[in-house]
Design a protein around this ligand. Structure first.
Ligand code: NAP
Length: 240
């Protein structure tokens, strides 16, 4: 962390899923370090900070995303950093997965990130600078039973970033994916703890992720220092 607390000075980061879990942790980190944050989530704000602007948006609904951007533009005409973090998880065997739950994962986890990146990149183009960071998952590599659609969405997120990286490189916008390991949030609490413990025990670095593990990579990917890094996926904890 920059000792001046100003790592993000002058920057506005749009974070989806900023109400809880990883999104909230990252939002508070950026606010602590001098940035402004626009948060998109379905529910009401849980962050009280003068640099935080909350927008109730269902990213799984393209019209809601466009309304969110219209409201955001009244607060800021620039978005410098996007963190596509919001996601939903239903873990179930494919044969009994309710189609509506599968569709909800596709709408939020993949289409939502596409819509937010699409709209944000138009604003980044005007500012001739941008960083898009997708939050992926170790599920892409581990391919856990029950997570066919979730893992496929997360794999799709990497492809989305990689193709958009080519389209947006001439505009000085980078697109990368941070694939995170298990970290204690509401989403993780949905899964059986003993099974997650066993997965973690099998990782090259056999521990749960800590907030700082995530902040360190986001700080780099969001900074000037990563200007020559695009279309890359970083796996945490030695997953590959
Ligand atoms: N936790 C882990 O162990 C783990 C491991 C690997 C990857 N990940 C990934 O890390 C990211 C964060 O996960 P988390 O554990 O922090 O999840 P979480 O605790 O369940 O929080 C999810 C956040 O996403 C928001 N959200 C969900 N659907 C939305 C929608 N349609 N529109 C707008 N916002 C929506 C929620 O907003 P509301 O509060 O308004 O519902 C909430 O703020 C996700 O991409 C997840 O796939 C997590």
């Amino acid at each position: 962390m920059n000792p001046t607390g100003a790592t993000y000075a002058g920057k506005l980061a749009l974070i989806t899923g900023s109400r809880r879990g990883v999104g909230r942790l990252v939002a508070e980190h950026i606010l602590r370090n001098g940035g402004r944050v626009a948060g998109f989530a379905r529910g009401e704000s849980t962050i009280d900070h003068p640099g935080y602007h909350h927008f109730q948006v269902d990213i799984g609904d393209p019209a809601s995303v466009q309304q969110g951007f219209a409201a955001l533009k009244k607060v800021s005409d620039a978005v410098h950093i996007v963190i596509n973090n919001a996601a939903v998880l239903t873990s179930q065997y494919a044969m009994i997965m309710p189609p509506a739950q599968a569709q909800a994962m596709i709408n939020t986890n993949l289409m939502g990130a596409f819509m937010v990146s699409r709209e944000a990149s138009k604003l980044m183009r005007k500012g001739k600078w941008g960083r898009i960071i997708n939050i992926g998952s170790m599920a892409v590599s581990l391919e856990p039973i029950g997570d066919s659609v979730y893992a496929a969405c997360k794999a799709g997120l990497t492809t989305l970033a990689n193709v958009m990286a080519k389209e947006l490189a001439p505009l000085n916008i980078t697109c990368n994916t941070l694939s995170i390991t298990a970290i204690k949030t509401d989403m993780l609490a949905q899964l059986p703890g003993d099974k997650i413990d066993a997965v973690i025990a099998g990782l090259p670095i056999p521990r749960y992720a800590e907030p700082d593990d995530i902040f360190n990579i986001i700080d780099f990917l969001a900074s000037e220092r990563s200007a020559y890094i695009t279309a890359q996926t970083i796996y945490m904890g030695g997953v590959n």
